[in-house]
Design a protein around this ligand. Structure first.
Ligand SMILES: *[C@@H]1O[C@H](CO)[C@@H](O)[C@H](O)[C@H]1NC(C)=O
Ligand SMILES: *[C@@H]1O[C@H](CO)[C@@H](O)[C@H](O)[C@H]1NC(C)=O
Ligand SMILES: *[C@@H]1O[C@H](CO)[C@@H](O)[C@H](O)[C@H]1NC(C)=O
Ligand SMILES: *[C@@H]1O[C@H](CO)[C@@H](O)[C@H](O)[C@H]1NC(C)=O
Ligand SMILES: *[C@@H]1O[C@H](CO)[C@@H](O)[C@H](O)[C@H]1NC(C)=O
Length: 162
């Protein structure tokens, strides 16, 4: 009895953790499938998203060509990296939006002048469940439904083995 229920509990808590962690934050992929590249209007992209504290913003780009700098409004307006508070260059950068404020990101090697700049306003309140379902930006995160199916499948495997 105890030998079969203990692993099941471990599995259940692991899946529960997965559910909690995946449903609490959204990864906002800058430019969606177009990524971080010149010639796009990231104001339009940002206007299409709602950002909350704890969300991630992620930049996908050719690391040999571009990068990401976190700057202030002056840096954003003038495409300058002076006084930047962060920089990334992996080509696939995930940045935690941990404060309710306006963030500014630009490309630091010229791309900013071709539109590679984005400003996002991060809100303090977590999204209510209703609006997060209606929010198109959450499409990047796995829907809880899928994880529920996974959970059910794992449980049935477990019971099947026991
Ligand atoms: C991007 O779109 C915004 C909102 O429509 C507009 O105000 C802005 O001028 C555009 N920027 C560029 C560089 O076209
Ligand atoms: C805004 O979101 C809609 C719905 O997901 C999408 O069709 C559209 O392309 C998005 N627009 C921009 C500028 O990202
Ligand atoms: C930013 O550019 C504007 C004009 O484009 C200029 O007036 C201003 O002095 C610049 N600011 C800095 C900090 O360079
Ligand atoms: C942004 O940072 C630069 C360099 O540290 C500074 O000169 C400028 O005043 C700052 N601008 C704002 C709006 O804080
Ligand atoms: C990038 O950030 C690192 C610290 O993470 C800093 O040492 C470096 O000077 C920054 N580079 C530029 C060009 O600002």
């Amino acid at each position: 009895m105890m030998s079969t229920s203990a692993p099941l509990l471990h599995l259940a808590s692991a899946v529960l953790l997965l559910l909690l962690s995946s449903s609490s934050a959204t990864d906002h992929i800058v430019g969606a499938n177009k990524g971080w590249n010149p010639g796009l209007n990231y104001t339009l992209w940002a206007n299409n998203h709602t950002f909350y504290v704890g969300d991630l913003i992620s930049f996908r780009y050719q690391k040999t060509q571009y990068n990401v700098f976190q700057v202030n409004q002056t840096g954003y307006d003038n495409c300058t990296t002076e006084g930047a508070t962060g920089n990334w260059s992996s080509g696939k950068d995930f940045i935690l939006l941990d404060t309710a404020k306006r963030y500014y990101f630009i490309c630091g090697n010229g791309g900013c002048f071709s539109g590679m700049k984005v400003s996002v306003l991060v809100h303090a309140l977590p999204p209510p469940p209703k609006s997060s379902m209606a929010d198109h930006t959450s499409a990047a995160a796995p829907p809880p439904r899928v994880l529920g199916v996974l959970f059910a499948a794992l449980l049935s495997v477990c019971f099947g083995l026991g």
